[in-house]
Design a protein around this ligand. Structure first.
Ligand code: F6P
Length: 412
């Protein structure tokens, strides 16, 4: 009764999360839920992505429940369920989804996801007239958001997806921590970073001090591999403490001497319902090539789920709240088939609704690293990338133990 006069009183909004989780999903859910409740919506959570709308449905009521948006991951659970027919699942699940949307009385659906989840949402909007609003998420940061970055008088099309800032911060910190063990053993550490198709997250290891990086956007052919190994050796020899951290994206395409071919390293031969295989293990392959060909001790470290795990960091908290403010605007204008985005890369205090915009979900898709962010000649990220990242993470403070102890010469 209390919210009798609210605009959307009597309407229900459903939220789902699909695909790989991020530390900012609960923050997104909480921010959207709070705002939608103020507008008068009853807010339902659909569990396990699109899977929660199959069969009898799996739906919970979030309306007056306490919610911890700082806690990472998603309390709504996630899956990689595809509503549309695929080779793995040839049957269309669209009729079941439509039936459950009707059964549960869901008027508007917010799909929090990457290209796959939001791509499916958009198709449901276009073909079935389901009222959807997409909400971005991915630690890979490769979902096109048309977020512009002004650097050196140029406008670069960058990307900013909730989940990436927290993951990037964790990756940066992990790289800083690895330094002490690399130094102690005069080793090369090959640090593998999630990112199937794009190197956005790999770059955050460079902010944490990694000297060289390889990204999926530029394959390592036989010639490039020789050149890369030479660069590794030179960089290692030049380093004062004889150690090095090489950041490599899991999706790097690397020349295999035995197969005489360039390929990624697969963790499993299985593909998910959107046709994606699982990558993993490239760091081991590169570390063994480095040891064998350069005679320098190298170790592999797979960061795996580490950047995806843990609490939502401050930038992401603000980003999700701001994009949720934009969701309010879209709801009020009944502008469906849209996804809220930041218009430009701005520092923390400017992450505000007036700097947001929305893009048509039809134009979402994957966005690799812009050429301006990675230098293929030096295998490093450019100043433009570093500028982009320092807007999000601030200027990293890399701790160093600078020592130059005098060597003791024996008396005899
Ligand atoms: O969400 C994307 C991602 O983080 C990729 O970088 C990675 O390849 C994938 O998730 C792995 O996810 P999972 O093992 O949960 O299927």
């Amino acid at each position: 009764m209390a919210h009798k006069h609210k605009l959307f009183n009597g309407k229900t909004l459903g939220i789902l999360t699909g695909g790989g989780d991020t530390p900012a999903l609960n923050s997104s859910i909480e921010s959207i839920r709070n705002r939608a409740s103020l507008l008068g919506y009853k807010v339902y959570g659909i569990r396990k992505g699109w899977k929660g709308l199959l069969g009898e449905g799996d739906v919970i009521d979030l309306t007056y429940q306490p919610y911890d948006g700082y806690y990472g991951g998603t309390a709504l659970l996630s899956s990689r369920t595809n509503p549309f027919p695929t080779s793995k699942n040839p049957e269309s699940r669209v009729p079941q989804i439509l039936k459950n949307i009707e059964r549960y009385g869901i008027d508007v659906l917010i799909s929090i996801g990457g290209d796959d989840t939001n791509g499916a949402a958009k198709r449901l909007y276009e073909t079935e007239g389901i009222k959807v609003i997409g909400f971005p998420k991915t630690i890979d940061n490769d979902l096109r958001t048309k977020t512009m970055h002004e650097f050196g008088g140029n406008e670069i099309e960058a990307v900013l997806c909730p989940g990436f800032p927290s993951a990037a911060k964790a990756m940066m910190e992990l790289t800083m921590h690895l330094r002490t063990t690399a130094e102690s053993h005069s080793r090369i550490i090959v640090l593998e970073v999630m990112g199937r198709d794009a190197g956005w997250l790999t770059g955050s290891a460079v902010l944490g001090g990694a000297e060289l990086a390889l990204v999926p956007e530029y394959e390592i052919t036989k010639e490039r591999k020789d050149f890369f190994l030479e660069t590794v050796k030179e960089t290692y020899m030049r380093s004062p403490k004889k150690n090095l951290i090489l950041a490599v994206a899991e999706g790097v395409r690397w020349y295999d001497d035995k197969k005489q071919d360039v390929d990624v390293v697969y963790a499993s031969s299985e593909v998910d319902e959107f046709g994606h295989p699982r990558f993993g293990g490239i760091s081991g392959v590169i570390a063994s090539d480095v040891s064998n060909k350069l005679g320098i001790e190298a170790r592999a470290q797979i960061s795996g789920y580490y950047p995806r795990a843990g609490r939502c960091r401050t930038y992401d908290r603000r980003l999700t709240a701001t994009l949720a403010d934009k969701v309010v605007d879209l709801l009020l204008r009944e502008d469906y088939g849209q996804m809220p985005v930041m218009k430009s890369i701005v520092p923390f205090p400017k992450v505000e609704e007036f700097n947001t915009s929305s893009i048509d979900m039809g134009s979402i898709g994957n966005k690799p690293l812009p050429d301006a962010y990675y230098d293929i000649q030096t295998f490093t990220f450019t100043d433009a990338y570093k500028d982009f990242m320092t807007h999000i993470l601030g200027v990293p403070e890399i701790k160093e133990f600078k020592y130059d102890f005098p060597v003791v010469i024996p008396k005899k």
